[in-house]
Write a protein of this length. Structure first.
Length: 404
């Protein structure tokens, strides 16, 4: 007789692993299986980001993002301390380079206070003292921003899950799903062989494939995942000391992306990026990427055309800068003029799994979908890595309230 799991979680990024780990802690007597199609954990969004533990500067007060992020900082730092994971509290400066950005900076400074974040406002002289290589009219100094290796955090969390008795199935891709009144049946492919896995309740944290998982169960939704490439460069090693903090521009409040920034990495290097370029392959991390399936599905989605039309000018500029390094460099030079084109070395890109509604609205907060025996994380935007533990706790609470 085939085993019936109490819970199955699909997705081995930091949100899926956090959920599995916390669900096992809450229900040590329940059988829980974590399924991941890759050979290891954190192979997609979790392993292709800047490694920043965000303080929660940007997020609407009272939103899930603001709440999750603030609690996520404390829990992430505590977890890292407990498991001897290296963390550097380097702080972050959001730099204004013109009068419009100064106005936005002051509004952002107020939002920091509304969210209970400890920040200082620096004038031009104070900024130059803090960062001799950075040029700007002023900055917000966010003291509680840190950097970490999120892949390592995810892997250790997965080890904790297994030590508690949880089961993991790597190299296992879900290709179809069926829900009955009693169970959920997942048809999985592993090493060319298909098999069926059965669980009483399904949780999906599948990121770039979130919409496809809901479609497998015929759950009515009004969104689709649209991929946006975030392209990075790494600075030549001689510039590893070019900044003392993370350096971010003041973001455009109408866009969901934070702009090209200088990020000190936990290994001592400094990266530049990311931009936000239209992706044509959901898992396309190479220099040139195209998937007929992903592109065709995107082109058939009305929301894609609407969001593209709304942000057409910005999208064209991002596309130009993606192929023309001087354009990309200009975004950096406006606050760090000492960097040259020769200093920008290749570095792996990331892909943002952006949920877009059919009316073209970009989903800025967390989005969930449900059926009687499943719960799906449809949108887990930045700072999902920072917030992974509170998100996992929230998902567990929703599941327990639903099924007991």
């Amino acid at each position: 007789m085939e085993k019936v799991y109490d819970y199955i979680i699909v997705g081995g990024g930091i949100v899926g692993v956090s959920t599995a780990w916390q669900l096992k802690q809450a229900h040590p007597d329940k059988s829980i299986l974590l399924i991941e199609k890759e050979s290891g954990f954190a192979k997609h969004q979790t392993g292709h980001n800047s490694g920043v533990i965000h303080a929660g500067v940007y997020y609407q007060p009272g939103s899930l993002k603001a709440d999750f992020c603030k609690r996520g900082v404390e829990r992430t730092l505590s977890f890292c301390q407990q498991h001897q994971i290296a963390v550097e509290n380097c702080g972050k400066l959001l730099v204004a380079t013109n009068n419009q950005e100064l106005e936005r900076m002051n509004a952002l400074y107020q939002r920091c206070h509304d969210n209970g974040i400890d920040v200082d406002l620096l004038d031009e002289a104070q900024l130059k003292l803090a960062e001799p290589n950075i040029t700007g009219l002023g900055a917000i100094y966010v003291k509680s921003t840190s950097i970490v290796d999120y892949t390592l955090v995810t892997e250790i969390m997965a080890e904790q899950f297994v030590e508690l008795g949880g089961e993991v199935a790597l190299n296992t891709e879900v290709i179809s799903a069926q829900e009955t009144s009693d169970d959920v049946y997942l048809t999985c492919l592993k090493e060319g062989q298909s098999s069926v896995v059965v669980g009483q309740f399904l949780i999906t944290c599948s990121g770039l494939m979130a919409d496809r998982m809901t479609k497998m169960l015929s759950i009515e939704t009004d969104f689709q995942i649209v991929p946006y490439r975030g392209e990075y460069y790494q600075l030549d090693a001689k510039h590893n000391q070019v900044v003392n903090h993370l350096i971010y521009p003041i973001p455009d409040p109408d866009l969901p992306f934070l702009g090209v920034h200088l990020t000190r990495m936990i290994d001592g290097s400094v990266t530049v990026g990311p931009n936000a370029v239209q992706g044509w392959k959901r898992e396309g991390y190479a220099a040139i990427n195209f998937s007929l399936k992903d592109t065709w599905q995107m082109l058939r989605f009305s929301g894609f055309w609407k969001v593209t039309a709304k942000h057409l000018k910005t999208g064209l500029i991002e596309f130009k800068n993606s192929w023309w390094k001087p354009g990309y460099l200009k975004l950096v030079n406006k606050y760090c003029p000492s960097i040259s084109a020769q200093d920008l070395k290749p570095y792996p890109a990331g892909i943002r799994a952006q949920a877009v509604m059919s009316d073209g609205t970009l989903v800025h907060d967390f989005l969930f979908a449900e059926s009687p025996r499943s719960l799906h994380v449809c949108n887990a935007p930045s700072p999902a890595a920072t917030s992974a533990m509170p998100i996992g706790e929230y998902i567990c609470q929703k599941v327990i309230a639903k099924v007991g």
